[in-house]
Design a protein around this ligand. Structure first.
Ligand code: GDP
Ligand code: MN
Length: 377
């Protein structure tokens, strides 16, 4: 998932004609003060931490400033802050607007209905999860004609808007719909959508781009906001690699088996960390690259859970042994392999001959790797 920071989301809004406050991003207190002093950002202004987590308003990550000095102070208080596990590296400075009312509006894909839906609520400005379900309106949208006039009118009615303000909601929803489609978004959320006088302005922007469409959007390739450096390298090599906080590395083939393996390790008191999905590959070069990445993550032990289906266990085993040889001695990790399926006997023999603990039993191998990670083996 490519989640855009608020300021990127608002840049996107601007391109599609969704009204947003005048503002600019800053990465240092000096820069923040300068933006205000030169009038690039009008006073009074809002200083907002650019993190992907929500709840910034309540969490002290949205501040207000009336002077350049206050803008600097707000920047100093916010930059470098740890907000729900993310370090604040950027802040968005924007003109502070007088809010008449806060609404909620979003477009997202409904996976059950398999169509986009327009979600609207007159109770915006708070996390939508906390809003009473009865106050949330959901309208499925036909993907080909797009938002219909009556669907937009229903939203306007829900918001209690009429005249020019209802018309501007109509235009805004059209822009949102175009952005949703052309950007291959999974979610576009405006919360709050603020009524300022008789204008509607997006005070916040949450945009998530569908992963499978990212190849159509090279402009997002540079966004690595929520990837670790190793995950970034893995992505470039097209390896499915995710870093969690635990100390057991997991290598499996197929997303389902990988997830199930994490559960099994937890079940036996283990703490799975990095996991790596070999998918259908037994390409020795790719397996070696995957192992080298795993080594860099410095796991205490690695659990290899392979099901030999189309790829045979012996082919996989040969590749694994070769890959393990390529890992520098200093970076090698205790390896426990559970290998099942086509030619499993041959596979296990190849692994054992190379000094790797290998069995077809899930329980015993999971327990062995947990013990190894806890230094009991
Ligand atoms: P979130 O809490 O992380 O979703 O951050 P938001 O961008 O939604 O901002 C939280 C709250 O800050 C909003 O609901 C507003 O109440 C307030 N806020 C943000 N921008 C402005 C502004 O321009 N003027 C005023 N008065 N309040 C603002
Ligand atoms: Mn918000």
């Amino acid at each position: 998932m490519v989640k855009l920071a608020e300021w990127r989301g608002k840049e996107l809004f601007r391109r599609y004609g969704v009204p947003v406050p005048q503002g600019q991003v800053a990465r240092s207190p000096d820069e923040a003060e300068e933006l205000v002093r030169t009038g690039a950002v009008p006073l009074p202004c809002v200083v907002k931490a650019q993190v992907l987590a929500g709840g910034r308003g309540k969490g002290g990550a949205v501040r207000f400033a009336n002077t350049p000095a206050e803008a600097r102070a707000a920047a100093e208080a916010t930059l470098g802050l740890d907000f729900k596990g993310e370090t604040v590296k950027e802040i968005l400075l924007e003109e502070k607007l007088a809010i008449g009312h806060e609404y909620y509006v979003s477009l997202t894909l409904d996976r059950n209905l398999r169509v986009p839906i327009l979600i609207a609520s007159a109770q915006g400005g708070v996390e939508i999860e906390t809003v009473d379900d009865k106050a949330i309106d959901r309208q499925p949208v036909h993907p080909f004609p797009g938002l219909a006039a009556y669907e937009k009118r229903r939203a306007a009615k829900l918001f209690g808007l009429s005249g020019p303000t209802a018309r501007s909601l109509d235009l805004l929803l059209d822009s949102l719909w175009r952005a949703f489609n052309q950007e291959d978004a999974d979610l576009i959320e405006i919360n709050p959508l603020a009524l300022v006088g008789d204008r509607l302005i997006a005070l916040d922007a949450k945009v998530v781009i569908e992963d499978d469409a990212v190849f159509r959007h090279p402009e997002y390739a540079e966004i690595r906001d929520d990837r670790t450096p190793l995950e970034e390298i893995a992505r470039e090599k097209d390896i499915a690699f995710v870093q969690l906080s635990g100390n057991i590395g997991v290598i499996a083939n197929g997303a389902g088996l990988t997830m199930a393996t994490l559960d099994v390790l937890k079940e036996f008191g283990g703490d799975p960390g990095v996991f790596l999905d070999l998918g259908g590959t037994d390409d020795p070069k790719k397996v070696t690259e995957a192992f080298l990445l795993m080594a860099q993550a410095k796991p205490k032990a690695v659990f290899l859970n392979i099901f030999g289906g189309v790829t045979r266990c012996d082919t996989v085993a040969t590749g694994l042994v070769e890959a393990m040889r390529q890992v520098p001695a200093a970076d090698r990790f205790p390896l426990v392999a559970r290998i099942r399926g086509n030619n499993e006997k041959e596979g296990i023999e190849i692994l054992r001959a190379a000094g790797i603990t290998a069995t077809p039993g899930l329980k015993e191998s999971a327990q062995a790797v947990v013990a190894a990670a806890q230094g009991r083996a």
